[in-house]
Design a protein around this ligand. Structure first.
Ligand code: E4P
Length: 237
């Protein structure tokens, strides 16, 4: 399973890449705005460079399918590791699968986003999406269980031999990450604020503190034994 950062924050991407756990990153217009990236193309180029050969998802900003297609093409040209995010429908509920299909046929890696149901996910895979982004938190907001959707989509993709990979996004709590991982997500895109919570544990701190204390005590014992040895050596008698 891979971990992406759901972020456009350079410092967070650099920090967690150094920790060796980042396989890619996802953004959307809200994330870019929150992280102070207002120039989409320049921001996308810089983040793509920062990520090296790891994929960076960048979303189209138009609500019109024809414009989405044109913008998707130009976003894809910005850097070789850019994955173009196309919502499964626009704000009016019109299908954007034709855009997914056309870009996919042109060799553009498409991440079909804002997926809230099994049916949307399987249609996106059929249309040629390389990734299907299932929004766990928003599914849960409506009183549904995202783990069930993730598990069913994964089973369907595997059963029918589709290569589309599930990205689970819209993470709201650390437990969402665990549930998505166990339900069969290929990738989970994590807002950086959850990573320190995942790695830290009160009892790990206590355990390491105990080891550190005992290592210091062992060093003290050694230096005392050396001091006694030196005092007893023939030259000091
Ligand atoms: C991921 O690709 C999405 O952009 C993101 O996780 C959406 O999360 P939200 O529901 O918190 O907006």
């Amino acid at each position: 399973m891979q971990i992406y950062l759901d972020s456009a924050d350079r410092r967070e991407i650099e920090k967690w890449t150094r920790e060796g756990i980042v396989d890619g990153a996802t953004t959307n217009p809200s994330i870019l705005f929150k992280d102070g990236v207002f120039d989409l193309e320049q921001g996308a180029r810089e983040l793509a460079r920062l990520l090296g050969d790891r994929p960076l998802s960048v979303e189209v900003t138009s609500d019109d399918p024809a414009r989405m297609l044109a913008q998707g093409r130009s976003l894809a040209r910005l850097a070789p590791n850019i994955v173009v995010k196309i919502p499964v429908t626009n704000a009016r509920g019109e299908s954007c699968l034709g855009v997914v299909h056309a870009l996919g046929k042109e060799g553009v890696a498409v991440n079909t986003t804002a997926i809230l149901s099994f049916n949307q996910a399987i249609l996106a895979a059929k249309a040629g999406a390389a990734y299907v982004s299932i929004f766990a938190g928003r599914i849960a907001d409506e009183g549904n269980d995202p783990a069930v959707v993730i598990r069913n989509v994964r089973a369907w993709l595997d059963a029918w031999g589709y290569t589309a990979r599930i990205i689970v996004g819209s993470v709201r709590a650390v437990i969402d990450i665990q549930s998505a991982a166990l339900a069969g997500a290929h990738i989970i895109t994590i807002p950086p604020q959850f990573l320190p919570k995942m790695v830290d544990h009160k009892y790990t701190r206590e355990t390491v503190a105990q080891f550190n204390r005992d290592a210091e005590r062992a060093l003290e014992q050694m230096s005392q034994a050396r001091a006694v040895g030196v005092a007893a050596s023939p030259g000091n008698r």
